[in-house]
Design a protein around this ligand. Structure first.
Ligand SMILES: Cc1ncc(COP(=O)(O)O)c(C=O)c1O
Length: 400
């Protein structure tokens, strides 16, 4: 049966049947602790009961409509998402995938500025196709607009001494043709890397001064994933456009573009047209509305801080000669491996992934970046964290 599916991925030999909270079950009732929150989408855990109920309620009313109509749920979700931000964003639309929303955002910035070029950091991942892919590290297409950046967490950062000239170079040589700078606040696919905040805030400020729009891709870093409500808060910047996806629907495919009236007003009304069959559909809106309610009512982000500390305290003690580095930003953790004994990095990572699966734990891996990646649900329990700690220590100790 599996052979009939296009081999777009290295599929595991497990058929997933159901999920709840931090766990999913296969067809044989084996259960797995999901430390990837699906595809980094279920910040509130799988099948959150309130979100499922909201989707069921909406299913009984209407799931889809002609793009010429709006629904009360869509309007309510739009208001609630905008209010979730501390900045006064006042324009929004809802689409389906993160990649689609990124394409929309970049197209929107191009129309608003009447410029075509797109600046990004060289290790960011912004989408699966189109312009966002071209600006990502996954595209083969070379571009001088995919720029290097400093990495630093120091309060006495000296990054600007070295990188000021790059900022000036961008402003002098590229800015006049730039529509936007697209920032992924923490580059998760690209290796779990946070660029220096001084560099990012200065670059954004100078670009905004000359009319370049700042688009922040919060598809993965949003909704508490980076330890704050949104990843851009790490940089003290005020983005012109924000893109949400993944956890906006907690597993249901809905994405969003958020911006200001002043940005939209630069686009002539007859150039605003966008039609896609499922934009602003009520089912996605119902999921998003309920996600925001759960975040607010259950104080998910505040409560996740202790869990983040718990993981970090553990990682400070975790050591093995095969571990090269451990990186963590909020509830995003990466363990970087290096060759050890007779094992290559790839063998170590694949063995760890397979052995953890046998023990009932699902982790993410990036062979290209020598990393295992953990993006657990923000409401993972202390007991579930303990379960992971015991299993990973046991497996690392067995490597020789
Ligand atoms: C930062 C970022 N941007 C964009 C995307 C694309 O979103 P989607 O896979 O929903 O199209 C992803 C997906 O992993 C992502 O991590």
């Amino acid at each position: 049966m599996m052979n009939q599916i296009h081999k777009t991925n290295a599929f595991e030999n497990i058929l997933v049947n159901k999920a709840q909270g931090s766990w999913f079950w296969d067809i044989n009732e084996n259960k797995y602790l999901d430390l990837t929150s699906g595809m980094w989408c279920c910040n509130l855990g799988h099948n959150h009961p309130e979100i499922i109920q909201a989707i069921k309620n909406q299913l009984d009313k209407i799931i889809h409509k002609n793009t010429r109509f709006l629904t009360p749920t869509t309007l309510e979700a739009a208001k609630s998402i905008l209010n979730f931000f501390s900045n006064d964003y006042d324009k929004i639309t809802l689409l389906n995938s993160g990649s689609e929303a990124m394409e929309f955002a970049i197209g929107f910035a191009r129309k608003a500025t009447k410029q075509l070029d797109i600046l990004s950091l060289k290790d960011s991942y912004l989408g699966a196709y189109g312009l966002s892919k071209e600006s990502s590290y996954t595209s083969q297409k070379a571009s001088k607009l995919k720029i290097p950046y400093p990495i630093c967490n120091s309060t006495q950062c000296k990054c600007l001494e070295e990188y000021d000239s790059l900022i000036n170079h961008i402003i002098e040589n590229y800015a006049s043709k730039l529509a936007c700078f697209v920032l992924e606040p923490i580059m998760v696919s690209g290796g779990i890397i946070k660029p220096c905040s001084n560099f990012i805030s200065k670059l954004c400020k100078m670009l905004q001064e000359v009319g370049v729009l700042i688009i922040v891709d919060e598809i993965t870093t949003g909704f508490g994933r980076a330890g704050k409500k949104f990843g851009y808060e790490c940089f003290g910047i005020k983005p012109d456009i924000i893109v949400l996806g993944k956890s906006l629907g907690n597993g249901y495919p809905v994405s969003s573009i958020i911006t200001y009236e002043y940005v939209e007003s630069k686009i002539s009304p007859n150039n605003m047209y966008y039609a896609q069959s499922h934009q602003l559909d009520p089912l996605g809106a119902a999921a998003a509305l309920s996600v925001i309610d759960v975040f607010k009512n259950d104080r998910i982000i505040e409560k996740s801080q202790d869990k983040i500390k718990n993981f970090n305290n553990f990682f400070e003690t975790l050591s093995h000669p095969c571990i090269q580095d451990i990186r963590s930003y909020g509830m995003i953790f990466g363990i970087q491996f290096q060759p050890y004994a007779n094992f290559s990095t790839k063998e170590l990572i694949l063995n760890l992934k397979n052995n953890l699966l046998k023990e009932g734990i699902m982790i993410g891996i990036s062979l290209g970046k020598d990393l295992i990646r953990l993006l657990p649900p923000l409401n993972i329990s202390e007991k579930e964290i303990e379960f992971f700690k015991q299993k990973i220590v046991k497996i690392l100790n067995s490597i020789d």
